[in-house]
Design a protein around this ligand. Structure first.
Ligand code: BGP
Length: 487
């Protein structure tokens, strides 16, 4: 039997992604105000080897070189984020025209080369001034500031940018920021996490409504860090645990984005535990009024669970601890953890892991795309997917990354499968375009198609060097996926 030739839709958005704090540098230049990441990364012990984004990979100064490389790669789309405190240095109030000008130049350079900009409004770098003044996302006043920021960008860039992302991985930044203190604002309080998360939900809905008013020709949606959760066995108790885990880790956000309501079972548990957010009728009215146009899905891996170790009524049993993983938050010793009553995370014996311990699960990618579409019936843009690895520069100045090619190929083949199944996937942005700063893993965990010559301790030359995966992806794009058939 001959294999069917893979052909993606003709306007498929082949892309790659980045985020402002991870690439730009120029953290205090041209009027930019400090963000919570500028401050947090300087707290001793919080990041790998004390790394920060002060210089990052200097995209702020080298954006033209980077955009030229995107064109060479053949990219049809580039997902980037805007640093809120470049636009509004105090988070609200006066607009910094130099900040606007930087993104105007970037967007123009992309469009001149036929590359569709996909603009993320919030990739975790809240202006520090809003944290100091209002307590950041714990205050509804931050929603007003966010809406002011959105209004500026929608007005200035609404006619040039068609695809907009509201919040990047709300599940990750609220969990790591307010529960595990491994992101700013460095808090360990699950009740405060759910309260802040609710405020972000309201900001997301208000931004979507404003966008539809001001930019009727564009499309907007959140980017969610999705991982399908599997039952460990066919034991119905494990299947129920997987349902619980999917509602706890995924539907808790996606149901709000798409339906305006929290999943009932989880809300009931959080209420019993005294940690549920307060939801007013006006909140529900706002949340149900806002409809995203698409869902951004960031996919790295899912998880596997078994029945919880304790009955729901048993609040005395000892809690289990597993390492903090942004996508599968685990129960901890120190506080009452809802996971404890819902599921127990277990290893999946069928899956290999990356050098950094993340499961590799391309079929899970197809399962994820299918599940999300069947449940929410919105087009999907894959806004992140990729492999972090310790790439090595050879003495002759090359980077051979066959493991990344295998990873990306296997995921793209499954994405094609989902397209064949009927899921409307509009585009795929690999994480990441160039190497960049990993929030907690410094510069050694590399994801890019392009190597950047720097490490944790020195900016070295910051030279860009295309990896083998660059030339591989170039062929995939050029053939609109056909070269995936041969591999
Ligand atoms: C996602 C973030 C990205 C990026 C990626 C890889 O959660 O949206 O910004 O960091 O994960 O993560 P890491 O650098 O931790 O490996």
């Amino acid at each position: 039997m001959t294999k069917e030739t893979i052909t993606f839709p003709k306007d498929f958005l082949w892309g790659a992604a980045s985020a402002a704090y991870q690439v730009e540098g120029a953290y205090d230049r041209d009027g930019k105000g400090p963000s919570i990441w500028d401050v947090f990364a300087k707290i001793p012990g919080k990041t790998k080897n004390g790394t920060n984004g002060d210089i990052a990979v200097d995209h702020y100064d080298r954006y033209l070189e980077d955009v030229d490389l995107m064109q060479k790669l053949g990219m049809k789309a580039y997902r980037f984020s805007v640093a809120w405190s470049r636009i509004l240095p105090a988070g609200e109030g006066a607009v910094n025209e130099a900040g606007i000008a930087f993104y105007a130049r970037l967007i123009k350079a992309l469009k001149d080369r036929g590359i569709e900009p996909i603009l993320t409004l919030y990739h975790w770098d809240l202006p520090q001034a809003l944290q100091d003044k209002y307590g950041g996302w714990e205050s509804r006043q931050t929603i007003d500031a966010f809406i002011q920021y959105c209004r500026v960008l929608f007005t200035r860039f609404g006619k040039d940018v068609r695809y907009w992302v509201t919040f990047n991985e709300q599940n990750v930044f609220t969990g790591l920021g307010y529960r595990w203190a491994s992101h700013p604002p460095n808090v360990t309080d699950i009740k405060r996490m759910y309260a802040a998360n609710h405020v972000v939900n309201l900001a997301n809905a208000a931004a979507i409504n404003l966008f539809h008013e001001l930019v009727p020709t564009g499309q907007i949606g959140p980017s969610f860090g999705y991982g399908e959760v599997y039952p460990a066995t066919s034991d119905p108790a494990d299947v129920l645990a997987a349902l619980n885990a999917n509602e706890f880790n995924n539907a808790w956000w996606l149901d709000i984005y798409c339906r305006g309501h929290y999943p009932v079972r989880i809300f009931r548990l959080l209420t019993q535990m005294g940690i549920a957010p307060t939801v007013t009728d006006a909140d529900t009215a706002l949340l149900t009024s806002a409809q995203p146009d698409f869902l951004g899905i960031n996919y790295y891996h899912g998880g596997t669970v078994a029945r919880p170790t304790v009955a729901e009524t048993d609040t005395t049993a000892e809690k289990t601890f597993a390492a903090i993983d942004p996508y599968m938050m685990a129960a901890d010793h120190d506080q009452d953890s809802p996971e404890h009553y819902l599921f127990t995370s277990v290893e999946n014996p069928h899956l290999q892991k990356t050098e950094f311990g993340w499961e590799i699960d391309p079929v899970g990618f197809r399962v994820a795309l299918r599940s999300v579409y069947e449940k929410y019936q919105l087009p999907i843009i894959v806004t992140e997917n990729g492999l972090g690895a310790y790439d090595q520069l050879t003495p002759t100045g090359e980077i051979h990354d066959p493991y990344r090619i295998t990873y990306l190929r296997d995921h793209l083949v499954q994405l094609y499968g989902a397209l064949q199944d009927g899921v409307p996937v509009l585009g795929y942005c690999a994480w990441s375009f160039t190497d960049l700063l990993s929030w907690l893993n410094g510069y050694a965990k590399r994801y890019g198609f392009i190597y950047v010559n720097r490490d944790d301790t020195s900016e070295k030359t910051l030279t860009r060097i295309p990896k083998d995966s660059f030339y591989w992806y170039q062929n995939v794009i050029r053939s609109n996926g056909a070269t995936l058939t041969e591999q």
